[in-house]
Design a protein around this ligand. Structure first.
Ligand code: GTP
Ligand code: MG
Length: 341
């Protein structure tokens, strides 16, 4: 792409912006849903602490970072065990034991995936129907969740943009739960990167500021600036509305981002190329067609699961969204229309 630029959306700017704010309000989770997640956490914590009294149980992902939209009954949790050896198989064994504990506790829906890249047990909490993904020592996820939450505190436009994009991705089935494209986590990183690159920027790059949160996990440096209360209003010099940002987000991913050569990153605002990461050739199932760098686990390309077909589906969805915003004076109904095969 690159050639099909447009001056701006067809819709009246104020009307589009008001409609998007109304959508964001409707996407906020209801108190009952939040309560269900809390109850699920308490159930899991009780079972795990009875077996490992010295352990900690953490919630991560959208339930813990202010970026959760409604009707998403998923909660990500991890058991932190201090003295578990790093040997492969140690986490898998704990996952298997956790599975047995929950079955003994009367949880019927227990699915074990001990051999996954991140070993996990999937549960459904019996009273609330909350779906729980439970991992072991997923310490990077705890820290990247805090990083995302810290970004969300700096400027409210991040959460608003994330809500619209997550909802769009679910409706258009370009979220990993459906046609196998990008995870919600990837979309959040794309939103942060987008706001870091506005002019003037709406978000800073927390990993490029003097570090106040100092942490190393395995071989990964997780230092960054986490004194975000002092950064509230950082983006005040930028007066772009949610409507402006939704437009520039889709227009960027449809027509400007160089999918062939560049890597999406929030770690730095200087461009990162696939060439310098050596993400240029296929290794096994990792193709690096769409490259999104994890902010801490730098060898991890979060877009690795995309293949030719899903990359093409995703790109067409970005183009569809950008085209609707450019051409349709009332674009939201079509933009958010459920995908039908
Ligand atoms: P929704 O559940 O759709 O609201 O999205 P979410 O914000 O919870 O994101 P998602 O479920 O995709 O991921 C949950 C959390 O898992 C993220 O916040 C990350 O902490 C972590 N995570 C997801 N995928 C990866 C991955 O490939 N690598 C690492 N290191 N962490 C991941
Ligand atoms: Mg989640």
């Amino acid at each position: 792409g690159g050639a099909i630029l447009a001056a701006g959306p067809a819709a009246d700017a104020a009307t589009l912006n008001t409609a998007l704010h109304q959508l964001v309000d409707e996407l906020k989770p209801m108190p009952a849903e939040v309560e269900g997640r809390t109850q699920a956490f308490e159930l899991v914590q009780a079972v795990l602490l009875a077996r490992w009294p010295e352990a900690k149980v953490h919630v991560f992902g959208s339930s813990a970072n202010n970026l959760s939209i409604c009707n998403n009954n998923d909660v990500d949790m991890t058991l932190e065990l201090q003295h578990l050896p790093d040997a492969p198989g140690a986490k898998a064994a704990v996952v298997e034991e956790m599975g047995r504990l929950f079955m003994q506790a009367g949880v019927k829906d227990v699915l074990l995936l001990p051999k996954a890249r991140v070993p996990v047990v999937k549960l459904v909490a019996p009273t609330t129907n909350t779906r729980i993904d439970l991992t072991v020592n997923n310490l990077l996820a705890i820290v990247n969740t805090k990083l995302l939450r810290d970004y969300s505190v700096i400027d409210p436009r991040l959460a608003q943009l994330v809500f619209v994009v997550k909802h769009w991705a679910k409706r258009r089935q370009v979220n990993d739960a459906y046609r196998g494209t990008l995870s919600s986590y990837c979309y959040v990183l794309m939103c942060i990167a987008h706001l870091q690159h506005r002019s003037p920027p709406i978000l800073p790059c927390l990993q490029a500021l003097p570090p106040t949160h100092i942490r190393t996990i395995g071989r990964w440096n997780c230092d960054y600036h986490d004194q975000v209360e002092g950064l509230r209003g950082y983006g005040a010099g930028n007066t772009e509305t949610l409507g402006d940002l939704v437009w520039s987000f889709f227009e960027f991913w449809a027509w400007r981002h160089d999918f062939n050569n560049s890597v999406v990153t929030i770690r730095t605002t200087t461009p990162v190329s696939k060439a310098e990461k050596e993400w240029t050739k296929r290794v096994g199932n990792e193709r690096h067609l769409v490259s999104i760098e994890d902010p801490f686990e730098l060898s991890h390309d979060l877009g690795r699961t995309m293949d030719r077909q899903t990359t093409s589906v995703l790109h067409k969805e970005f183009e569809r969204a950008a085209g609707l915003l450019r051409d349709d004076p009332e674009p939201l109904p079509k933009l958010l229309e459920p995908y039908r095969a």
